[in-house]
Design a protein. Structure first.
Length: 152
């Protein structure tokens, strides 16, 4: 009889060192959240986010501090928390938006991203992340409006 079974092929995904670090950070975040349990509050998340921002290199640290203030002012009900080692902001436990500094994945620019939980739908296609090289007054206003729409 002829053997018709195909040999199993390796489907191992190749991740960068930065992606592996982000995945480990996510696992640690989940373990820490489980340890804190229901006693966790917004202040815990905020202190973790501010500590992560403080670790960032210039100019991303300044941008992240400004974004943190914009997001808090635009949507005070969002809870700051870490998400894959990035500052993020959640509603009812679901991340709505996050900040990725340029050094996180050795990118040219920092990114303000929105998850699928953000209510930014506009037709059949819309942006869910924005490259940031600086924050002007017009950028601040646009980000504030996006965050408000995302949580509406």
């Amino acid at each position: 009889m002829k053997d018709t079974q195909k040999s199993a092929k390796s489907t191992t995904a190749t991740f960068t060192d930065e992606e592996r670090v982000a995945m480990k950070e996510r696992v640690n975040e989940q373990k820490a959240a489980a340890r804190r349990g229901p006693r966790a509050d917004k202040a815990d998340g905020e202190s973790e986010v501010l500590a992560k921002i403080a670790e960032m290199a210039e100019p991303d640290r300044v941008m992240a501090e400004r974004l943190h203030a914009i997001i808090k002012a635009s949507a005070p009900d969002l809870s700051p928390r870490l998400w894959y080692g990035m500052p993020a902001y959640a509603k009812d436990g679901n991340v709505v938006c996050f900040f990725q500094d340029a050094q996180k994945f050795k990118a040219r620019y920092a990114t303000l991203g929105f998850s699928d939980k953000a209510h930014l739908d506009d037709g059949a296609m819309w942006p869910n992340s924005y490259a940031l090289t600086e924050l002007t007054a017009a950028d601040k206003a646009r980000i504030g409006a996006l965050v408000k729409k995302a949580v509406s």
